[in-house]
Design a protein around this ligand. Structure first.
Ligand SMILES: Nc1nc2c(ncn2[C@@H]2O[C@H](COP(=O)(O)OP(=O)(O)OP(=O)(O)O)[C@@H](O)[C@H]2O)c(=O)[nH]1
Ligand SMILES: [Mg+2]
Length: 326
């Protein structure tokens, strides 16, 4: 499961958004963690088709750090996989664009501090140990980008470079989404980046705390059709560059996350390490094809199931049945 850190300036509504997420999902072990389901309409369709007893969604964990971007907060955000930036667009003095710029500048500064101290140390080490030259060059390039106020995410780093960089946990190397916390019922203010998501955190928190009927009434009062929380969760999941594959049967229908580009054994390993270790092959059918066929057994009889081996790259929406032996 991946972690998403909720970052923002003071009073932007981070904890209010977090409360909404907690109410919709559940606690994540610690008081500042919320584990939520990744919305996926396919699960109910498959579960109905296979008469599954249980439905299990993929999950994402959100982390709200008290005090925000303090030294301790930054240390906690460094451990997360993505950032959900919250900016305030409610209240008379709202300045969401300015707030986003300040927030980005703070993230760049935080990275600058850690990259600079890393660079100093690496330069000293490289004098006697040539193996640190690579580290110096990567950190120098990172430094140049940050100096130009550019996030590291867009940088031209190869996988070895990234391994070195990730050791420093830079915040601007993480994928991020922007949540604009608007006045109830307002639209996204102009000038915000593409794909920004407008929600009212206060309304979402209220809606997440009541039953479906009341929730619909509350939303309708502001002319809103559906809760925005799902959009926030889905956007974070997409930003993490994960894909979902599915398993289905009488016991359960379930969504699993895997890295985009992962091959079948790695996907099997998301289910259980035995399945990766003992992977033999996988039966595969795309979600749409399975639904068109009606049921797993029908799909099999109709010959729409494919048999794929260790080199198969799993696709979004694949329904897998893994054969293994340990
Ligand atoms: N009108 C309105 N008020 C909101 C909304 N979201 C949050 N607030 C209010 O804004 C204030 C700050 O919200 P918080 O969620 O505590 O903000 P925060 O980002 O966690 O703040 P810090 O943790 O102090 O940095 C609270 O009084 C909230 O009730 C919203 O969508 N609309
Ligand atoms: Mg807070």
């Amino acid at each position: 499961m991946k972690d998403v850190g909720i970052v923002g300036l003071p009073y932007s509504g981070k904890s209010t958004l977090f409360t909404a997420l907690t109410r919709s999902g559940g606690a994540g072990g610690r008081s500042n963690q919320a584990v939520v389901d990744v919305p996926d309409h396919r699960l109910q369709v498959l579960a109905a088709q296979e008469s599954s007893k249980k439905v299990v969604a993929a999950k994402v964990r959100f982390v709200d750090v008290p005090g925000g971007l303090t030294a301790q907060g930054i240390a906690e955000f460094r451990q997360t996989d993505a950032l959900c930036m919250v900016v305030r667009a409610f209240g008379p003095d709202a300045d969401p664009r300015g707030e986003l710029s300040s927030l980005e500048a703070e993230l760049v500064l935080a990275d600058m501090a850690s990259i600079e101290s890393g660079l100093d140390k690496a330069v000293k080490k490289a004098k006697s140990k040539p193996e640190f030259k690579r580290e110096v060059s990567v950190l120098e390039r990172a430094h140049t980008m940050l100096d130009a106020e550019k996030p590291l995410l867009g940088g031209d780093f190869d996988s070895d470079d990234l391994k070195i960089l990730r050791g420093y946990g830079p915040l601007t190397l993480k994928p991020w989404i922007v949540v604009v916390n608007v006045e109830e019922g307002s639209d996204l203010p102009s000038g915000m980046p593409d794909h920004s998501i407008a929600i009212s955190a206060a309304l979402e928190a209220e809606v997440a705390g009541v039953d479906a009927g009341e929730a619909a009434e509350l939303l309708a009062g502001f002319g809103i059709e559906e809760p925005g929380l799902d959009r926030v969760i889905a956007a974070c999941y997409r930003a993490l560059d994960l894909i979902t594959f599915l398993t289905t049967g009488e016991d359960e229908t379930r969504a699993w996350e895997v890295r985009r580009g992962a091959k079948a054994p790695e996907a099997a390993g998301a289910i259980h390490s035995d399945l990766e270790r003992g992977f033999i092959r996988s039966e595969v059918v795309g979600y749409e094809d399975l639904v068109a066929a009606g049921k797993w057994d029908n799909a099999k009889a109709a010959g729409v199931l494919r048999v794929e081996g260790k080199d198969y790259v799993v696709q979004e929406g694949d329904v897998l049945n893994i054969r293994f032996a340990v």
